[in-house]
Write a protein that binds this ligand. Sequence first.
Ligand code: URA
Length: 198
Amino acid sequence: MLEDTFDKVSSVDKSALLDQIAAEIVKNNVCPDLASSATQLVFGDGNSNADIVFVGEAPGKNEDLQGKPFVGAAGKFLDEMLDSVRLHREDVYITNIVKYRPPNNRDPLPEEKAEFLPYLHRQLEIIEPKVVITLGRHSLEAFIPNRRISEIHGQPKRVRGQVILPLYHPAAALYNSGLKETLLKDFSQIPSLLIQLN
Ligand code: URA
């Protein structure tokens, strides 16, 4: 009972701390060019007490309009994959490396990724997930530089104390059935990985 109450309070605290970081990004004028072309900041969404944090690349058009990550076609597939391991969005936290939509969905620039990285690190310090799941090469590179996703996808790695599970980006699998199967297979190990990390 006592533990339940404590969990709830700490979850509220965590989401308040996350809100503060989002406000700092705006106040510190991070990536002003991106900020001015985007509709809004897409900071992150989900359970601030989650064991799993997914980190994508950057918001696309739908995410920019709704202010939430992974709400378009790639997000639908992410939901399907979560469902395949009996997880829901409320169980996990989802964010991106770059938190404003790059114009015309271009790749985020190295300096944009670098500017946002300290804020991502702080998000993770607050949430303290058991595993960070990187989606795509931009996200992989932020945690494990100089490794190819084709070589290490689905292989959990420990980096400075944090377990990272590199996965392909769901958008890459939308029109590639082989990659879709690979992604679903990599996803299927999430429950056993979590049990191992408990
Ligand atoms: N792709 C991403 O990398 N992030 C999103 O939020 C949506 C699509």
